[in-house]
Design a protein around this ligand. Sequence first.
Ligand SMILES: *Cc1c(COP(=O)(O)O)cnc(C)c1O
Length: 306
Amino acid sequence: MRPEPGYLSLPPSPLEPLSDAHLERAGVELWVKRDDLLAPAPGDPFCGNKCRKLKYNLAAAREQGYERLLSFGGAYSNHIAALAAAGRRYGFETIGLIRGEAVDNPVLARARHDGMYLHFIDRATYRRKAEPALLARWQEEMGPAYILPEGGSNDAALAGCAEIVGEVEKQLGRPADYLAVACGTGGTLAGLLRAAQRASRLLGVSVLKGHFMRGAVTDLLSDSAVAAEWEVWEDAHHGGYARSSPELERFIAAFERQHGLPLEPIYSGKLFYALYQRLQANYFRPGTRIVAIHTGGVYNRPRGAS
Ligand SMILES: *Cc1c(COP(=O)(O)O)cnc(C)c1O
């Protein structure tokens, strides 16, 4: 029998308890689902929730006979870097259509290093990127490709993220009272919602400013049945996508010192900040069991830096 390709055979991520004075005072259990440790090799940008989201997309691309993957993102997109790394590792050509003027930064440099062909498109065209005529033109220019939407959030991505729920139930011995996750496009939250039981409540922390996340998640769910109640917190963006605040920076530094758990300011930092704010405001009843999904994003940080 041939071995399964690496993207299908990553082991379940660990589930680890946290403890500190805030949790003790509130009488709340907080567990971390360490998806930040998911990666075929340390330091690989194919990591975190991008392993979950790309898993069945890579399988579908291979099954459908594609040799090329094409997707979209901003200049700091973890999805783009992950796709490039996955392509290199598993033998696909990759094309990244990047929003805005041509720039260079460590994320894009890494994608290029992993063999991705980067093509910059102006913002007006980028907004129309799902139009069939544009997709056809790009494939004419760059070759037939398996196309993933921005952030990789499609049905196959949701199926990969849904697997987190079963892993957590097995590791915890029962469903969590709350499953909490940071939301960029909302694909990971939508995947969790597909599998979550009625016994759990889902919390999405939007890392973007605005009031569209609930709608975006609902759209991604399309017609799937959802058993769990869910809410989106829109007050934890710290100014918007990739923006930060002194409070957030201080929180992350203190959290890392106390727990030895790496966070970054774009996703996981905002998630834990929001959870601890609610915790201190007695939002959670004593005895509540929360599982926070650490979606990763810390691959490109020098070791030992905080
Ligand atoms: C991409 C990413 C997210 C956002 O996931 P969505 O499915 O788009 O909501 C969250 N955390 C990290 C670390 C990411 O890289």
